[in-house]
Each structure stands twice: as C-alpha cells, then as structure tokens.
Design a protein around this ligand. Structure first.
Ligand code: FAD
Length: 466
C-alpha cells in the first residue's frame, strides 16, 4: 500500500473532474485524478457528444431524403446503423484520447480506479491490484450522476434501454417508445424519428419539456407531429410486457388503461447524483442520496478543503456547468474568491429545430414580478434562416423595463445553440440594447437576428413589423 500526497485529488474524470485537473495542473498544482470507468465521464462517453453525433447522422439522412426541393434527389439512400454507431464511437474515442493527451502533457497523474473515502482526510483507490491511500491537501468530488429507473414490471426486459445502453445498440428498430418527454427523451425521439423509426413518447406531466416555456414546447410538438412522433402526456407507464408483436407498454391516461406496442423502449426519466462507491458515510460530509453533495457558491462542502462539482451537486445537470464549477473550485483552492452564478447558464435542447435559453424566461419574470419589455423576432426576417429552412423559428428577447438591461433570451430555430452565446455574453456583461445596436454582424448569417432583435425592443426593427 503506497501513500500519495498531492495538492489536489479529484474523484471523477467527467467535464467537471478533467477540467479541474487540467486547470489545477496549469496553475502549478500537483494533481491526481481518479476514474473507475472512463476518462471524459458521461458527457464524452454516454451523453452530450455521442448523442450529438447521432443528431448529425439523423439530420443528414433527413436532409438527403428531403432534398427534392433543392433539386437534389438521390436514390437508394440507406442507413447502415452499425456505421452510424461506429462514427459516433470514433468521435468519442478521438475526444477522449485528446483529453488523455492533455492530462499527460500537464503532468496530471491518472489512476484508473474508484476512490472511496476512509475518513475526511484519506481516500483509498486500487489500480491493477495495487492499493493507494491518498492524503491530499484538497479533494474535489466530481462523480457525476446516474440514470434513474422506474420501479415497474418489465423495466429490465431485453429491448428496454436507457440513454446509455441505447447508444451502443447497432440495430435500428422499426418502432421505439420513449418513456419521458424531458430533454434527453425528446432528443432521442427526434434522432430516431428522423431515421424513419415510428416513435411514441409517454410523458407523466401534462406537457413535454416542463423546463421550457410553454409556447415554445407546444411549437416543438408541431414539429414532432410532422415526423409522426405521437406524444401521450399525463400518462403513467405501469408495466412493460413481451408480446408476439413486440414490447407491450401499458400506461394509465386519465384513469383509463391504454397500451402501445413497439420493438424498443427507451427509459429516459431523469438522472440523480452518483455517490455509489464513494464511502461518504465514512466522512462528516453533508449529503443526501437524492440531492447529492451540498456545496456553497464557492463549491465548498461543509468540510474544509473538500469541494464538490458537477452533477453530483445536483444543481444544474449540464456539462458546461460542471466545467465552470471546476474553474471556480480551483480558483478558491488557489486563494481566489470566484463564485458560481446560475442565473446566466445557457441550456440547449438538440431537437430539430433546437431550442436554446439563457437568462430569464418570460414565465420566470412573471413569477419574480419583474417588469419586462419583450420582443418576439421571427426567423422569417433573416435570409440565412430561409436558406436553412427555419423561417418558422423565433427569438423571445427580454429586457428589464426599469434598468433597460437584457435579462433573457429564448430561441427556437436552427442554430439556436450558437445564437444563444451572443445573448449569454450580452446578459452576463449587463449590456443594454444600445451597445448591441452598435455591433455590426456579418451577412448573411443567423447572427444578424441578434441585431434585429435588439432593434425590435425599441420598435426600430428593419426586417419585421415590431
Ligand atoms: C444522453 C445524455 C445527453 C446529454 N447531453 C448533454 C448536452 O448536450 N449538453 C450538456 O451540457 N449536458 C448534457 N448531458 C449532461 C452531461 O453529460 C452531464 O451534465 C455531465 O457529464 C456532468 O459532468 P460531471 O463531470 O459532473 O460528471 P460525469 O460526466 O458523470 O463524470 C463523472 C465521472 O466520475 C466517475 N466516478 C464516479 N464515481 C467514482 C468514484 N468513486 N471514483 C472514481 N471515479 C468515479 C464516473 O466513472 C464518471 O466518469 C447529457 C447527459 C446524457 C445522459
């Protein structure tokens, strides 16, 4: 048994942990990074990156079969789903090996093993049958989240997948029922529907995407219908059974029992903090199986020199939040005073079209009693949006009526994931419309809508009636 004494020990190598490791090493700290499963965490291996590789493949297929109006028609377009999955794997592997290179380049010692607290000061880990005790000056817990499962009969049947296992399945089914109309569920619904699979979505709540503004979520439902995605809201799945036609999904809707048949089922009912194997019971840390590890805005736990970041804190389950929390934690370890501000976190749903939000929504402003001015800018006011066939999109831009500062934007339309960055910079730097009006945007780009939307706030829009 060897004892190691780094300045920083990080448990978990996802976008929280690996970012903390590289950043700390670049700031001159000696760093040990542990991961029992893989470098890159959920995000690179089973989350953000692999799903977006599938989004690209499914949109490519959809564009090809719908190319007629561009005068482009192709015959015999086929899907080789094994290759689709292989392409996704290659992207993931490339990214993971890039992270490994960087960790090595900056002198981070990586130990492939699960870390377990023995007490507040010591963590035990085993690698290749060698045991280590690590006594670090500072410890960062970055063990992420794990999939939640429904306690229902049939959830373990063959062909019932979760968001991790479905990513390695190489057979394209004829039909798929997604349980859960949240972000992950809706992204998979669009991926499979665009690949020609008959998709159903069963959602417990009265509407899909409960975290998104109602009018935006309802607009997405129209696009789902065009892809023949059937959505059953206010419906609770009770059991899944095998039948001669496929999997029978029995659910209750308005007190009536109904059923659907499909070849595959995807369970996408959320994720909870992962504290398995961590041995938190051996420490004095404040934590909860459901809420994760408690932290303050500096990412400090209740025990001095122990920090927690990312999904395990269960604050916002997004990769960029985990990575930013990593920077905040390392800054505090280095004697700084950085704090997390969760008010201006962008969030993107990669459906087709995508949805992006940053800052406050109209609904949130109402709840908080903030007086606002809002403009809804149509994508039809933009040449590039027409080229991208996204003229039905829109941006809801909100400013505080009193301070005149921009405080929120919700975007529904192609390239929403990129557009949201401009609004994020504006809102976090407390800009007002006047400052953006003086910025020149290249033509023809979707970004011109940023300009148009701030003009619209003052009834100065050129390309639409405000
Ligand atoms: C299908 C899907 C799609 C997603 N898409 C997006 C997206 O588009 N954009 C976005 O921002 N977010 C997305 N997310 C969420 C994103 O993946 C997470 O928010 C992010 O990975 C959290 O990072 P993390 O570092 O906290 O944890 P993780 O990425 O979960 O990493 C935690 C790591 O800790 C390791 N670990 C756990 N316990 C121990 C232990 N005791 N010892 C050592 N190692 C341990 C695990 O093996 C894991 O590698 C998606 C998630 C899913 C499931």
């Amino acid at each position: 048994m060897s004892t190691l004494k780094p300045e920083v020990l990080i448990i978990g190598a996802g976008p929280g942990g690996y970012v903390a490791a590289i950043y700390a090493a670049k700031k001159g700290k000696s760093v040990i990074l542990l991961d029992g499963k893989w470098i890159g965490g959920t995000c690179l291996n089973e989350g953000c990156i692999p799903t977006k590789a599938l989004v690209k493949s499914s949109e490519l297929y959809s564009d090809l079969i719908n190319g007629e109006k561009h005068g482009i028609s192709a015959k015999d377009i086929k899907i080789d789903f094994e290759k689709v999955i292989d392409n996704k794997n290659q992207i993931t592997e490339k990214l993971v090996s890039g992270i490994k290179f960087l960790l090595n380049r900056y002198g981070v010692k990586v130990i492939e093993g699960y870390g377990t607290f023995l007490n507040d000061k010591q963590v035990k880990v085993s690698e290749n049958e060698e045991d280590y005790i690590i006594e670090a000056k500072n410890i960062i817990i970055a063990t992420g989240s794990k999939t939640k499962h429904l306690p229902i009969k049939g959830i373990n049947l063959k062909n019932v997948f979760d968001s991790g296992s479905i990513l390695n399945n190489t057979k394209l089914p004829s039909s798929l029922t997604v349980i859960g109309g949240g972000i992950i569920g809706m992204e998979f619904a669009f991926i499979y529907a665009q690949l020609g699979v008959k998709v159903n979505v069963i959602e417990f709540l009265p509407r899909i995407l409960p975290t998104v503004e109602k009018d935006v979520a309802l607009r997405l439902v129209r696009f789902a219908k065009q892809l023949d995605i059937d959505i059953y809201t206010s419906s609770a799945v009770e059991k899944i059974e095998e039948s001669a036609e496929g999997l029978k999904i029995v659910y209750k809707r308005k007190d009536k029992q109904e059923e659907l048949i499909s070849e595959y089922v995807l369970e996408a009912v959320g994720r909870g903090p992962n504290i398995d194997k961590l041995g938190l019971e051996n420490t004095g840390l404040e934590y909860d199986e459901r809420k994760g590890v408690s932290v303050d805005s500096h990412m400090r736990t209740n025990i001095e020199n122990i920090y927690a970041i990312g999904d395990v804190t269960n604050i916002i389950q997004l990769a960029h939040v985990a990575s930013h929390q990593a920077i905040v934690a390392i800054d505090n370890i280095n004697g700084g005073k950085k704090e997390m501000n969760y008010d201006i976190i962008p969030s993107v749903i990669f459906t087709n079209p995508p949805i992006a939000t940053v800052g406050l929504t109209e609904e949130a402003c109402k709840e908080k009693g903030i007086e606002i001015e809002m403009v809804k800018t149509p994508f039809s006011a933009n040449g590039k949006a027409l080229i991208l066939e996204s003229e039905t999109g829109f941006i809801k831009l909100i400013r505080d009526k009193l301070t005149k500062k921009l405080i929120g934007a919700t975007i529904f339309g192609k390239e929403a994931e990129n557009l949201v960055a401009s609004y994020g910079i504006a809102i976090s730097n407390k800009l007002d419309a006047e400052q953006i009006k003086e910025t020149v945007f290249a033509h023809p780009t979707i970004q011109e809508l940023v300009h148009e939307s701030v003009l619209g706030l003052d009834k100065e829009a050129i390309h639409f009636v405000d």
